[in-house]
Design a protein. Structure first.
Length: 130
């Protein structure tokens, strides 16, 4: 139920972004690129922070991670758009979009993990620990 609820909300959030930021049908889908990069960052942040928390929040990871962020990000749209770009603008543009989106998401995830670990470490320390 947590994954279903999160997935429903994440899909609606992605739809809201792409509705508010319509694309021309040609070139890079910047709304999808941005959603995927932001979602990857948030997933890294979430995983790092929840790893430091107690098991009493066991539904947060499936609700927010698998559900919300799994539905919010949409790497299948990146692959589909890369195929369209290959036909419209050539394989170099398609490859750059595919590789650029993947590298942006990986970088965002690493940054989210780093910030999340820092926040979790700061929140978990006390004055006596320092």
């Amino acid at each position: 139920m947590a994954v279903f609820t999160g997935g429903t909300l994440g899909g609606l959030a992605r739809y809201a972004v792409t509705w508010a930021w319509p694309e021309s049908g040609r070139g890079v889908l910047w709304s999808v690129f941005t959603v995927n990069t932001a979602g990857a960052f948030l997933l890294g942040l979430l995983v790092a922070v929840l790893a430091q928390r107690s098991a009493s929040r066991r539904y947060l990871r499936p609700l927010l991670g698998t559900g919300f962020l799994g539905a919010f990000t949409t790497f299948s749209a990146v692959v589909a758009r890369s195929d369209q770009l290959a036909e419209q603008d050539g394989p170099w543009t398609a490859g750059a979009y595919l590789i650029g989106g993947t590298l942006a998401a990986l970088t965002a995830t690493a940054l989210g993990l780093l910030i999340g670990r820092t926040l979790a470490g700061t929140a978990g320390s006390t004055a006596g620990d320092q």
